[in-house]
Design a protein around this ligand. Structure first.
Ligand SMILES: [Zn+2]
Length: 401
């Protein structure tokens, strides 16, 4: 057995012992405060069981085949338990006004003795929660600690009543037990309802995830973070923008890094889906080989040896484009090995995209090494092609030597 499993077994043994002590006390005294405290522990045992089953499911191999449903079931059951607790709490409160306090001294001793195993349960749960990196088990441990203080209040109230015979102390003990039940119902009910409705349990987690993802090199912007809490686990969906020239080969390892970092830094996250979108470009400089210096000119059959280049600068403004076109004579048209000349021209003009019908090997090599976008020219004029480019209707150019 691993150390975590040992801790969990200890937690269960000690909480069961605390329950047994309180039940025995109730059986002897029929004290209402003790009855409330017994029911309280019983509920806590069930909730802890849920947490452990959910943790076990997420670690089990068949968990990969499960979607959110099973965890939601846990939330649904928890929600009904919360309603049940409210009912019990009021039922006990009402009966405490009818039944007079009985054997409060003995009841107080049983209540106070039960706190020792309860404290141990809180300690072992918190420790196991830290080892398993489970926020829900840690929260459960914290709850048990709170129950220790609350139990102390009930025990001392009963004890003071037994010693002073002042009935106010008895009702104080009852009220502490009553509000502890209501508080438990509230925290269980709130979390399960939020989870059932897919509402955020903790808004800070979204900001934290955004920060982690945007710190990964290659991520330009985090567009959206969606978080789904289900029982004790968290599912994350995230949309990030990366450079549009990255291939799947290049961007996929980055998504793995994002996934790993989120899982490492945020406890309870079992799955991260990263959706990659290209950064939306706003500025374009097109180089298009044309036959004559007119926007009605045809696209040249050749690229590097074309007579004239059209340089078209586009700036996206909302839905519209600002457009500026100039024509330059090809200065290296008559030269051999034009690759380096072509490269210099591209650098000088700040070209981002090329539209062409064909390309030689040297020129195409430059396009690849500069990571330019290269588009297959469609039939029609320069103006037709620019229009299609803006509408994203051009196909990627495929080099065919
Ligand atoms: Zn409790």
């Amino acid at each position: 057995m691993s150390s975590v499993q040992t801790l969990i077994v200890y937690a269960f043994l000690s909480v069961t012992l605390a329950l047994a002590i309180r039940l025995a006390g109730f059986w002897l005294t029929f004290n209402i405060a003790l009855a409330m405290e017994s029911v309280h522990i019983l509920i806590d045992v069930v909730i802890t069981l849920f947490v452990l089953v959910a943790i076990w499911i997420t670690k089990a191999s068949f968990a990969k085949r499960l979607s959110y449903g099973l965890f939601k079931l846990e939330d649904l059951v928890s929600f009904f338990i919360a309603l049940l607790i409210v009912y019990f709490a009021f039922d006990f409160l009402l009966s405490s006004s009818k039944v007079l306090a009985s054997m409060s001294f003995v009841a107080a001793i049983f209540e106070l003795v039960s706190l020792a195993p309860l404290f141990l349960a809180g300690y072992t749960k918190s420790l196991a929660g830290s080892l398993l990196r489970s926020p829900s088990l840690k929260a459960d441990g914290k709850h048990t600690y709170t129950d220790v203080y609350e139990g102390m209040g009930v025990g001392i109230g009963l004890l003071l009543f037994a010693l002073s015979r002042l009935v106010a102390f008895y009702y104080l003990a009852i009220l502490i037990a009553f509000f502890a039940l209501l508080y438990t119902a509230y925290s269980i009910g709130k979390d399960s309802l939020l989870s059932l409705l897919d509402l955020p349990k903790d808004k800070r987690v979204g900001k934290e995830i955004e920060g982690i993802a945007s710190s990964v090199e290659g991520v330009k912007q985090v567009k959206e973070v969606r978080i789904r809490w289900a029982g004790p686990v968290i599912f994350v969906e995230i949309v990030v923008e990366m450079e549009p020239y990255l291939t799947i080969d290049e961007s996929h390892p980055l998504t793995e890094v994002i996934e790993g970092k989120i899982k490492e830094k945020i406890e309870g996250v079992t799955s991260v889906v990263v959706h990659v979108e290209p950064v939306e470009r706003k500025e374009f400089t097109l180089l298009v080989p044309v036959d004559s210096a007119s926007e009605h000119s045809n696209i040249s059959k050749v690229l590097g040896k074309s007579k004239i280049f059209a340089i078209v600068r586009l700036s996206r403004r909302e839905k519209e484009f600002e457009e500026q076109t100039k024509f330059i004579e090809n200065p290296f048209r008559k030269k051999e090995h034009i690759g380096p000349y072509f490269r210099d021209l591209i650098a000088k003009e700040g070209v981002t995209d090329v539209i062409c019908a064909n390309a030689g090997e040297g020129v195409y090599g430059v396009i690849c090494s500069r990571r330019l976008f290269c588009w297959q020219a469609a039939s029609g004029s320069l103006a037709d092609n620019v229009k299609k480019f803006k509408a994203k209707e051009l196909k990627k150019f495929v080099f065919n030597p």
